[in-house]
Design a protein. Structure first.
Length: 285
């Protein structure tokens, strides 16, 4: 099936030094970009992570320290990656929980301010899990009737993910051929997530809330009032840079609103006092 695209869809896959969003690094990035006219272009680059690749991770994707020793750091190719993605929406396999948060962290470490707010995200794994409940290799076998060769080779995984998405569209008549629909359908949570790691979300009143830990479900505003130090703890702890950025923006908004209310209250008090003084003056005229 040909996907109904308004703009390109960039399916990407990352091989990394591990699975920690904040501390691990990219060692290989692959992107398969599907254009509205059906043409495909690909991007593949090995990356020097700047930290050792654990042997147990090398055993999975086959990329060793020697393989990336002379490769560029991500900061050196960051603009190149963004230029290749362009205005495309993003997709991948488990990308909402891993690949997108990781690449956002790498971009922010490269001091590039990330704004993906206009992009839609299609997570093929979430579609698969909602429909069949299996892994990428099983999904490839199930939908495409092929064995996934070179698993954990970023370009092969990205291409396989796009093939699975196209096969899903052919298989399920109830899946609408529309990226906005697929983006919404493949979300892993019914909450309106604020950050890619899912630590912050918005409730039905559009208030930012914490989505984890002891304050899960409470608004950032309420927690700032009942436990002011929680905000500082989050900034100092090992949370993704993008999570901290969004939390900072919310706290700045809260501070501005509090200051505005304080000024309005002060102004009302001054006006009330002036009214009383004017009344006294009129009384003793």
């Amino acid at each position: 099936m040909k996907l109904n695209l308004e703009r390109p869809l960039a399916i990407f896959d990352l091989e990394t030094t591990g699975i920690n969003i904040t501390s691990d690094r990219i060692v290989e990035i692959a992107i398969v970009k599907l254009s509205p006219d059906g043409t495909q272009t690909s991007y593949l680059k090995k990356v020097n992570p700047g930290i050792p690749i654990p042997p147990e991770i090398t055993a999975i994707h086959g990329i060793s320290d020697d393989d990336v020793r002379n490769e560029p750091f991500f900061k050196d190719i960051a603009l190149e990656v963004l230029e290749f993605i362009g205005d495309a929406d993003l997709g991948g396999y488990n990308s909402n929980k891993f690949d997108i948060p990781v690449i956002v962290e790498e971009l922010m470490r490269a001091e590039i301010d990330v704004d993906f707010s206009e992009k839609r995200f299609v997570d093929v794994q979430n579609i698969f899990h909602k429909m069949e409940q299996r892994t990428l290799a099983a999904a490839f076998q199930f939908y495409c009737n092929k064995s996934l060769e070179n698993a954990h080779s970023a370009l092969h995984d990205a291409q396989a993910t796009l093939d699975v998405l196209l096969a899903q569209m052919d298989r399920y008549e109830n899946l609408q051929n529309d990226i906005s629909y697929l983006s919404e359908f493949s979300r892993g949570s019914n909450l309106d997530l604020v950050d890619f790691a899912g630590r912050l979300a918005r409730n039905e009143r559009n208030e930012m809330i914490y989505n984890f830990g002891k304050h899960k479900g409470k608004t950032v505003r309420d927690v700032a009032r009942i436990e002011p130090g929680y905000y500082g703890w989050m900034l100092d702890a090992d949370f993704p840079l993008f999570t901290k950025k969004m939390l900072k923006q919310e706290m700045e908004k809260i501070k501005e609103e509090n200051e505005r209310r304080k000024q309005e209250k002060s102004q009302r008090e001054e006006e009330n006092l002036q009214s009383k003084l004017d009344a006294l003056k009129n009384k003793f005229k």
